[in-house]
Write a protein that binds this ligand. Structure first.
Ligand SMILES: [Zn+2]
Length: 146
């Protein structure tokens, strides 16, 4: 179950096009699945049929970026997987989406985990994507702390 609005608003979506905040109902987090499929095909042609895990480690492999876009900031890719911004407003929802997305073949060719990593580690100074509403401890620390 992915339920955004009932959960606390600890995440906020920043538009990749205008860097403005996405409010309920006015935007999506999306990825171009046709681009991801073709990136995966190109990589498989080079690396062989083996799965997901090695994609990001292969030099020359370019993960397809998840982007936040206000509906009013342009049109999305023709083939896209989209998540309404109001449905990814909490860490719980982000984890829920991660679980939901694991069986999607295009996921491996996208920067989904990097998107979450940027949200978790604000010192990487991301200005768009999914970000914590209240930044976490800026000093960082081992994975899983705080
Ligand atoms: Zn925008």
């Amino acid at each position: 179950m992915v339920n955004g609005s009932a959960m606390s608003d600890d995440l906020t979506a920043m538009c990749d096009l205008c860097l403005g905040e996405g409010a309920e109902g006015d935007g999506v987090l999306e990825v171009d699945t046709a681009a991801a499929d073709s990136a995966l095909r190109a990589w498989r042609a080079k690396a062989g049929a083996d799965p997901h895990a090695l994609f990001h480690l292969t030099s020359g492999a370019r993960p397809v970026k998840w982007r936040v876009r206000h509906h009013s900031c342009g049109t999305g890719p023709r083939f896209a997987y989209t998540i309404a911004v109001e449905r990814i407003r909490s860490w719980t929802a982000a984890v829920d989406w991660s679980i939901h997305l694991t069986d999607k073949t295009f996921l491996a060719a996208t920067d989904w985990f990097d998107l979450l990593d940027r949200a978790l580690h604000p010192r990487r100074a991301a200005v768009s994507g999914i970000l914590p509403r209240i930044p976490r401890d800026l000093s960082g620390g081992p994975v899983g702390d705080t």
